[in-house]
Design a binder for this molecule. Structure first.
Ligand SMILES: [Zn+2]
Length: 466
């Protein structure tokens, strides 16, 4: 048993915070209120001056490998007790190297080397992930498994095989489907192909998360494509879990700057007829593989990893080009396969998107990168400190709701995301004045500060320095 005493309880519903004790028994929350005397043998956490909230849910991650490798301190120190993996169309399962494809095609390699792809079916991956794993099945992974030529849409036979794979994955506990239509493995996929798969997920009351086909000047058509997929794929009376999730929403590139209002208005209009949510991260830079369109849209590019030139990771693309004695265009090709961080957003757009009531927070960090975007270690404290304490754009209760009960509802995680009696005892205790990110571009792997305690299913986790 654990008694968390004297904290300010923010329960995840958005209701006003109140001072209360929280008693955890085994894996569940046993009591919330005044618990004047700790039960015999109970550990006591002094939460005076601290906020006690449901463990945060990271709605958009690429922690597919990290979630298998034991306690994930990069996330736990941010107060994150649940991560959603398998985003942007790529998941570790169901894919393994074969004679036809001995190495993972781009972008699957973002997750790690071929040796990490050892799950021929989703059930074996979920078993490795453990009972709290929340994983989406990636459309690009299905394509890599079934489609002979990734440069074209799936044939009817290939699509039929993908449908069966997805049904099997969903029936074994997979949380939904994801797609990343901007990526090489999926860019040739037709809207109909994606619709057929989204239909499978929606019929089972599960989510479909989409990284839009274009996030720059083509974003408006790409949004329409996502809405039309959802419109055609949704059954007449969809179950609550059937939901379109727009991944990492942003206004990226010079011509899109200042258009967050327009973007949100479009999403709101769609949300009147479709179940829609989205996620975002609190930074003005994005990060993905090295590719020309992202470079063109950016004022500055950092190399986050490079297979042929690992020694150049961490440099600006311009510097890397100079070291290679090439112009930037040729350097970009010479550095591939690799990743980049792209500075292409405005602060006001990022704030407006993050403040929206339908917006969850997704760190979108890339743990396998040599020099990762600092969002991997800092997104959640940065979101809370920036939106609540520094800018006053959200009240604490609403900010917490958007990272707890909202993603729990979107991904049907019924027993998580709320502090109430009987719920899973995923709890974070943080100091509201000190909670902040410390990871930056120079030192992207610094833990944040201000977390006092984190419990997952009632187990008190050991934190660095604690
Ligand atoms: Zn993505």
């Amino acid at each position: 048993m654990t008694l968390i005493r004297g904290g300010l309880v923010v329960d995840g519903t958005g209701a006003p915070a109140r001072r209360a004790d929280v008693l955890v028994d085994d894996e569940r929350i046993a009591a919330i209120g005044a618990v004047p005397k700790a039960p015999p043998g109970a550990a006591v956490i002094d939460a005076t001056g601290a906020v006690v909230a449901p463990g945060f849910i990271d709605a958009h991650t690429h922690d597919d490998v990290a979630a298998l490798d034991g306690v994930n301190l990069a996330k736990l120190t941010q107060g994150i007790t649940t991560v959603v993996v398998g985003n942007c169309g790529f998941s570790l399962a169901p894919w393994t190297p074969s004679l036809r494809r001995p190495t993972p095609p781009e972008p699957l390699g973002i997750l790690g080397g071929p040796e990490r792809f050892t799950y021929p079916d989703f059930a074996s991956y979920l078993a490795a992930l453990g009972p709290d794993g929340v994983a989406l099945c990636g459309h690009s992974s299905l394509r890599a498994l079934r489609v002979a030529d990734l440069g074209r849409p799936a044939s009817p036979d290939e699509l039929a095989a993908m449908v069966v794979d997805l049904e099997t994955a969903l029936d074994s506990g997979c949380a939904g489907l994801s797609a990343g239509l901007a990526y090489p493995a999926a860019i040739a996929a037709s809207t109909e192909e994606v619709t057929a798969l989204a239909r499978v997920a929606f019929r089972r009351g599960k989510a479909f998360a989409i990284h839009l086909r274009n996030e720059y000047d083509g974003v408006w058509d790409a949004l329409d494509e996502a809405f039309s997929i959802a419109r055609s794929a949704l059954p007449g009376s969809p179950e609550p879990g059937a939901r379109l999730v727009l991944s990492h929403q942003k206004c990226a590139g010079l011509r899109q700057r200042g258009r967050a209002g327009e973007l949100l208005e479009r999403i709101e209009r769609a949300a009147r007829e479709l179940p829609v949510s989205f996620d975002a991260y609190p930074y003005e830079a994005g990060s993905t593989m090295l590719e020309a369109e992202s470079v063109r849209a950016s004022s500055r590019v950092l190399v986050t990893w490079s297979e042929p030139h690992p020694e150049l990771a961490g440099l600006e693309l311009a510097e890397a080009a100079e070291r290679l004695g090439l112009d930037e265009r040729a350097a970009l090709e010479a550095l591939k396969p690799g990743g980049g961080a792209y500075f292409h957003m405005d602060e006001a757009d990022v704030d407006a998107i993050l403040a929206h009531p339908l917006c969850m927070v997704g760190s979108d960090g890339l743990p396998a990168d040599a020099v990762p975007h600092p969002r991997l270690y800092g997104a959640f404290p940065r979101y809370l400190s920036r939106m609540v304490r520094e800018k006053g754009l959200l009240g604490l209760e609403e900010a917490v709701r958007k990272v707890t009960s909202l993603p729990a509802a979107v991904f049907s995680l019924g027993s998580k995301g709320l502090l109430r009696v009987g719920a899973d005892a995923d709890v974070v205790v943080f100091d509201p004045e000190r909670f902040r990110d410390r990871a930056d571009w120079r030192e992207p792997r610094r833990y944040c500060e201000g977390i006092r305690a984190a419990l997952r299913r009632g187990t008190l986790e050991r934190l660095p320095g604690g």
